[in-house]
Design a protein around this ligand. Structure first.
Ligand SMILES: *[C@@H]1O[C@H](CO)[C@@H](O)[C@H](O)[C@H]1NC(C)=O
Ligand SMILES: *[C@@H]1O[C@H](CO)[C@@H](O)[C@H](O)[C@H]1NC(C)=O
Length: 337
């Protein structure tokens, strides 16, 4: 813009000098043509001046127009340059946009691939989700079944615990009972030992003996101590087949019995049991048929150690025996005292 203004300043004076030069030239011509022609010359001069002025104005106008056109051209050139610059810039930007577009397309392709992959994955995930849902349903069923089981087991556990409480009580009672039983067992064992000892140490006394193999035994004028001479049994050796006396070896209760016979033909049979010389019992019979008659009895006696028991027949009586052992005397210890 400054260059345009400078150009205008330079052009304006040039136009002025051109105008003056033209006027001077015209004045000189008019002087040479005369007076008549002076008027015409004057008018022509006026016309020429006017034309010149008009021309000068035209030139001025053209100059201005030229300046204006030059300025316009300069502007246009500047604008063109700017437009070029802008165009270059736009081209550059376009390239950049193209590059970005390519990059974006590449990205879009990549994204599409990713999208495809994601769709495939989504399908897979959906399938797995469906499977998982089925599994969840099954698991729920299973859980429900297990809950029911658990409830049943819990109930049974509670029942069992209750049972256990009873069993514990029973066990405690049984233990107490067992203790009592053990105590009683120990006592019983002691008792058994004592009883065994007692049985082992208990004196064994028993005898049986037959009277004689010689037929009749007669007393004559005095009482006769009967001697049962044939020992059948004599455990403890308390009976003597020499004297007919039983002597108690221990204090206790004894049982004695006898059976004796005779052939009675209008006569009596008589017998006595004696303890320490004193009569304990007596027994008799009278018969007439001459056949065998029996006297038989027994008695329980409490004896001290050394007490003597034996059988007698009064004076004037008899008994009968032979190898068949019709007449026997027996005795044994029931228990000690
Ligand atoms: C009489 O007793 C003794 C001693 O116990 C015995 O050895 C003997 O055999 C007995 N006599 C008869 C005839 O039984
Ligand atoms: C009678 O007793 C004796 C002595 O024990 C015995 O040897 C005999 O066989 C007995 N007689 C009968 C007939 O049993």
């Amino acid at each position: 813009m400054r260059s345009v203004i400078t150009l205008l300043v330079l052009l304006l004076p040039m136009c002025g000098s051109l105008t003056l030069g033209t006027q001077t030239d015209l004045h000189t011509e008019s002087q040479s043509t005369g007076a008549a022609a002076a008027a015409a010359a004057v008018s022509t001069q006026v016309d020429m001046y006017a034309e010149l002025r008009e021309l000068r104005d035209m030139v001025d106008k053209q100059g201005i127009t030229l300046v204006e056109q030059r300025m316009t051209l300069s502007f246009t050139q500047d604008e063109l340059k700017n437009t070029n610059d802008l165009l270059n810039k736009i081209v550059g930007e376009n390239d950049a946009v193209k590059q970005r577009l390519v990059a974006s397309e590449t990205k879009v392709e990549a994204l599409e691939r990713v999208n495809l992959a994601q769709e495939a994955e989504l399908t897979a995930v959906k399938t797995r989700l469906a499977a998982s849902e089925t599994e969840v349903v099954n698991l729920k069923k299973e859980a429900a079944a297990q809950t029911a089981d658990l409830r049943s087991v819990t109930e049974r556990l509670v029942a069992t615990e209750t049972d256990m409480e009873y069993v514990k009580k029973d066990t405690a009672a049984q233990e107490a009972e067992l203790t009592v039983v053990k105590t009683r067992l120990a006592a019983t064992e002691t008792e058994v030992v004592n009883l065994e000892k007692e049985i082992t140490e208990k004196p064994k006394v028993a005898f049986s003996a037959g009277l004689t193999n010689s037929g009749y035994i007669e007393s004559g004028n005095t009482e006769l101590n009967l001697v049962f001479t044939k020992t059948i049994t004599n455990v403890g050796q308390a009976y003597s087949n020499m004297t007919g006396l039983f002597t108690a070896p221990v204090k206790g209760v004894y049982y004695f019995r006898f059976t004796v016979i005779d052939r009675l033909s209008s006569r009596s049979m008589f017998i006595k049991m004696i303890k320490n010389g004193e009569q304990v019992m007596q027994l008799y019979d009278y018969d007439t048929d001459g056949q065998v008659s029996y006297l038989s009895s027994g008695v329980t006696l409490q004896l001290e150690v050394g007490d003597v028991v034996n059988m007698r027949i009064p004076a004037g009586y008899r008994l009968y025996d032979h190898s068949d052992n019709y007449s026997t005397f027996s005795g044994f210890l029931l228990f000690t005292l």
